[in-house]
Design a protein around this ligand. Structure first.
Ligand SMILES: Nc1ncnc2c1ncn2[C@@H]1O[C@H](COP(=O)(O)OP(=O)(O)OP(=O)(O)O)[C@@H](O)[C@H]1O
Ligand SMILES: [Mg+2]
Length: 487
């Protein structure tokens, strides 16, 4: 059955969640960047944590600006309300303390004729900011007006003014109708009209109506608001600075954890290499030497047996010795495979050439193309080698391939290793469900730790392509090695 070509990651859940370009770049000596003197500061503002923090701070700044604008608007509204409230309080005071005591004892029909009363109004009520004053009775009849020609006329009293007549509580309106504290109308409006209640000596309820230019009210409230605004801005800026401080500290601790993880990874890799070297050297010095000695002894015995005329037994002994030597060869090649190569002294090209030799030994056609500059760290080199090693092992164990292409190339700040075989391939979805296979998933996790990507593209009967992408460091490490070869 031919399956569709699918791409998987060894551990897709982990690999997808991390952006490789955001990871800590590898240092020249394979150690994480924190072991370098003075690099801590440099580390603080790069990588995924820093990007998240910067994003968070930008979002917080946006939120602060929005909050600030909202609070400033609320303050502006409060300032306007305060000035209108002041105007109402002033009107109440004037009506009860100045106008009411000045009212004549007779019924107030036309108060404008009363010179004394008129003088009191002009001297003690009118003047900045009040420009007009009227007194009306409960029927709306104007009994006094500071402007000429309106006394004796009737006006319609609003519901609020009728309420004021009953309760004495002052009301205010813009141009005699709309809400004076409404910010939407801005400074538009001719006057702020305030009505306050008072009583004539006869007990008759009257209304004192005063007017002042609305522009004065608006400007006064703006001055109040502007005097409050700096403290609001200062409080918000201080709050934001404190937030930056906390975030900076948080970033530092997150970075420390990140660096620790990087260090642990390097230590784990080194420990695994040491372990494998020990096993290989034990095998080489013990089992291999013993088997090689036994094969020579058998050859010698076969020669002597042949000289004694026992040809059949000699042939059998010689065949056993040959097979023993074959096993010794297999064992040696196994030792080469498990021994960590002298990657950093020999270079990637030489070690990959040795690695693919195990494929050639199995009559698999190999095309190796390595073009590496100087941007790959030693840990990066180790990782490239490990991925190549697992891919080669998988080809030997599972692929039944006849041709393999290995390409290592650099492109736009990334190193790419691609190993393609023409073997039987597999369905990654099925393989992902299988228990016990850890080679590719473990590698994917390692690669992801190093900020890279590992992808395996395969389909049944369509071969397999393993692609590794690693970010390169910019600082040159040593002389470039650029080779092209077909071993
Ligand atoms: N080149 C390949 N050709 C065909 N099948 C492959 C190839 N590479 C991997 N596979 C399939 O994918 C599976 C998972 O591979 P993986 O390397 O993760 O585990 P494994 O090789 O089975 O065991 P190990 O944990 O020892 O590596 C394999 O069992 C095999 O079925
Ligand atoms: Mg494997």
């Amino acid at each position: 059955m031919r399956g569709t070509r699918t791409e998987i990651s060894g551990d897709s859940s982990v690999s997808r969640s991390i952006e490789p370009s955001q990871r800590l770049p590898l240092e020249q000596d394979g150690t994480p960047a924190r072991s370098r003197g003075g690099s801590r500061r440099r580390l603080l503002w790069r990588g995924p944590i820093e990007r998240l923090v910067i994003l968070y701070m930008c979002a917080a700044l946006g939120a602060f600006v929005l909050c600030g604008a909202g609070l400033a608007l609320a303050q502006r509204h409060a300032a306007l309300k305060e000035v209108v409230r002041d105007a109402r309080a002033t009107a109440t005071l004037l009506s009860t303390r100045v106008v009411q005591p000045a009212l004549p004892l007779s019924a107030p029909a036309r108060l404008d004729a009363d010179q004394t009363f008129d003088r009191v109004i002009r001297e003690r009520v009118l003047g900045a900011p009040l420009t007009q004053a009227r007194i009306v009775d409960e029927s709306g009849l104007i009994v006094y007006a500071s402007e000429p020609g309106v006394v004796g006329q009737r006006e319609d009293l609003s519901a609020e003014e009728l309420q004021t007549l009953r309760t004495g509580v002052a009301t205010a309106s813009r141009d005699g109708g709309s809400d004076p504290t409404d910010l939407v109308g801005g400074r538009a409006g001719r006057s702020l009209d305030v009505s306050a209640g008072l009583r004539a000596p006869s007990g008759q309820p009257l209304l004192l109506q005063t007017s002042q230019p609305f522009a004065v009210v608006w400007l006064t409230s703006r001055a109040v608001w502007l005097s409050l605004l700096p403290s609001l801005v200062l409080a918000l800026v201080l709050l934001y600075l404190v937030k930056i401080g906390f975030t900076y500290r948080l970033t530092r601790s997150l970075n420390a954890v990140q660096e620790e993880r990087e260090q642990l990874l390097v230590t784990a890799l080194a420990a695994a290499d040491r372990e494998r070297t020990l096993i290989a050297s034990d095998l080489h010095d013990g089992v291999v030497q013993g088997l090689a000695g036994a094969s020579y002894t058998l050859t010698d015995t076969a020669n002597r047996t042949r000289a004694a005329g026992q040809t059949e037994l000699a042939d059998s002994l010689a065949a056993t010795a040959r097979s023993l030597r074959q096993w010794v060869r297999e064992l040696r090649s196994l030792i080469v495979t498990v021994t960590p190569p002298a990657l950093h002294s020999e270079g990637l090209h030489a070690t990959l050439t040795d690695l693919v030799a195990t494929l050639e030994a199995r009559r698999i056609d190999v095309d190796l193309d390595v073009q590496v500059g100087d941007g790959l760290s030693e840990t990066g080199e180790s990782l490239v080698y490990r991925v190549a090693q697992e891919a080669v092992r998988n080809i030997v164990r599972h692929a039944n391939a006849t041709q393999v292409h290995v390409v290592v190339a650099e492109e736009a700040g990334w190193l790419q290793l691609q190993i393609t075989d023409d073997g039987r391939g597999f369905d990654p979805a099925v393989s992902a469900r299988r228990q016990g296979s850890v080679g590719l998933p473990l590698l994917a996790a390692l690669v992801q730790e190093r900020g890279g990507q590992l992808q395996v593209a395969s389909a049944t009967d369509s071969g397999t392509t393993v692609t590794l992408r690693l970010p390169l460091v910019t600082a040159p490490r040593r002389g470039a090695q650029t080779n092209r070869a077909a071993p």
